[in-house]
Design a binder for this molecule. Structure first.
Ligand code: FMN
Length: 251
């Protein structure tokens, strides 16, 4: 069984390909009725958000996953997708699983098109780089699947420079100052078309008076920002002039 989360489609795309290679069932953690599984192999696939798993994935690992696993000693692996590097994501996930009595046996990271645009210096990649990243990741999938099918105990990840500081110092600061629904707003280009409402993986957007309103269940995935056909959604003051990432968002 593979449990996944995806905002702009990268992790879902990887999850679908991997599920085919490993012959596993795929389920989004945002599904309403997640049922328990007897599977001996549990996959966790998600994007990296601020050098760890998205908070909703972390919550899932602590509060839901232990109730869904029925196998006494499952082989658990994670595959995270990132724009550049993952810091200590795999260590944080391993620690959260350990607290529920489980071991993270294998961790893989894949570099995919960047979806983060919320701070100065962060933007989407060029079309060419996006395609190159996806192709390079697809090439790695057969060997990742082989490791998984062999129940390998491996760490094939790219922590990047200063991983500890990023995951344990910058991450809390990021959530304190640079994340949250309060940052979303629309410009007068908004037509109230509702594409943002439709794409939101958490159903967190409603359309009121022909404008989107964000509820409290935001995963910070930025799918709403990227899907907008009128480029009418901004995220804080630093998204101005930034690009949109659409390659896999509806795949
Ligand atoms: C809020 C947010 C934080 C992010 N943080 C990181 C990060 O710390 N490191 C990184 O390499 N990419 C980061 N990214 C980029 C995503 O991890 C990457 O684009 C991922 O493949 C998106 O997956 P998805 O399309 O399944 O949502 C971030 C993206 C978002 C939206």
């Amino acid at each position: 069984m593979i449990f996944y989360f995806s905002g702009t489609g990268n992790s879902r795309y990887i999850a679908k390909h991997l599920a085919t290679l490993t012959n596993d069932t795929l389920i989004s953690i945002t599904d309403k009725d997640l049922s328990a599984t007897q599977d001996a192999r549990i996959g966790l696939i998600f994007p990296v958000h601020a050098w760890s798993a998205p908070r909703l994935m972390e919550d899932f690992l602590v509060h839901q996953l232990p109730h869904l696993i029925q196998h006494p000693a499952p082989y658990i692996y994670m595959v995270c997708t990132c724009g550049d590097d993952i810091g200590k994501t795999h260590k944080i996930v391993a620690q959260l699983l350990k607290e529920s009595g489980y071991t993270l046996a294998a961790a893989f990271s894949l570099i995919m098109p960047d979806s983060y645009i919320g701070l100065p210096g962060f933007d989407v990649n060029s079309d060419e780089v996006e395609l190159r990243k996806v192709q390079a990741s697809l090439k790695l999938l057969p060997s990742i699947a082989e490791d998984i099918l062999n129940n390998a105990i491996v760490e094939r990840v790219k922590p990047g420079p200063f991983p500890w500081s990023k995951s344990y110092i910058l991450r809390p600061l990021f959530y304190r100052y640079f994340a949250g629904v309060r940052l979303f707003h629309t410009t007068d280009k908004c037509t109230g078309c509702g594409r943002c409402k439709k794409i939101c993986p958490l159903g967190n957007i409603s359309i009121e008076n022909k404008r989107p309103t964000w509820g409290t269940q935001c995963a910070n995935c930025l799918a709403c920002y990227h899907i907008c056909p009128h480029r009418a959604i901004e995220y804080g003051k630093y998204s101005k002039g930034k690009g949109q990432y659409k390659l896999l968002i509806e795949k």
